[in-house]
Design a protein. Sequence first.
Length: 243
Amino acid sequence: MAARLAAIALMLWGAASGAVAECRQALMLALDVSGSVDQREYRLQLDGLANALLDPQVVAALEAMPGAPVRLAVMEWSGPDFQRIVQPWVDLPDVAAVMALAARLRATARVEADLSTAIGAALLRAGAEVQAQSDCWRRVIDVSGDGKSNTGPLPGSVGAVLDGVTVNGLVIGEAVPTAGEGRSEGIAALTAYYRAYVLRGEDAFLETAAGFEAFEAAMVRKLLRELQVVAVSDIDTRRLQER
């Protein structure tokens, strides 16, 4: 059904504009690599994302509109001055492109990063990145994290760079915090925090993972929901119906 709606949207857009869009969605996946994320959890994120992108349903959603593919980038973030692009912007029109991206993620090694958690700074960098993809119908930032911001600009204070951008969240945590892991709050409190200060824009939503072991499944759910949102540019549907 989602693929059918996507195909109809593409035809409508082409009929309205006389052209085929180059990109239906710019999707920035922003992954938390701050001090609360150990090496095992780091790999669960990167490899989990690779596996999620290769999920058959996700691949089908990505391939639904080959004439207007999803454009995706992956960024790691921690402190105010650490935002690392591990996958620059790439169009994903087919399974071959997705497989190449997954292989790159699996081959990515961790580098030393600031131990603090600066969600606001991550949003500033991610916002600038997605705004530069001006030919895309829709611009989305997907922020994954296991803690509240504790340094840098407050995420709720980030303004103009997020105009027209949807910010979704993926909260990683336990029902009861585990002593010594650096997480000061349980998943319920972190979920409330993301809803209040991180989510932004039209159709924004939150997904949760009960620990990093559940990250892959949560990312599959999140990608499927994000990729089902079809933007039809600025079509005046009433005019189309009158033709």
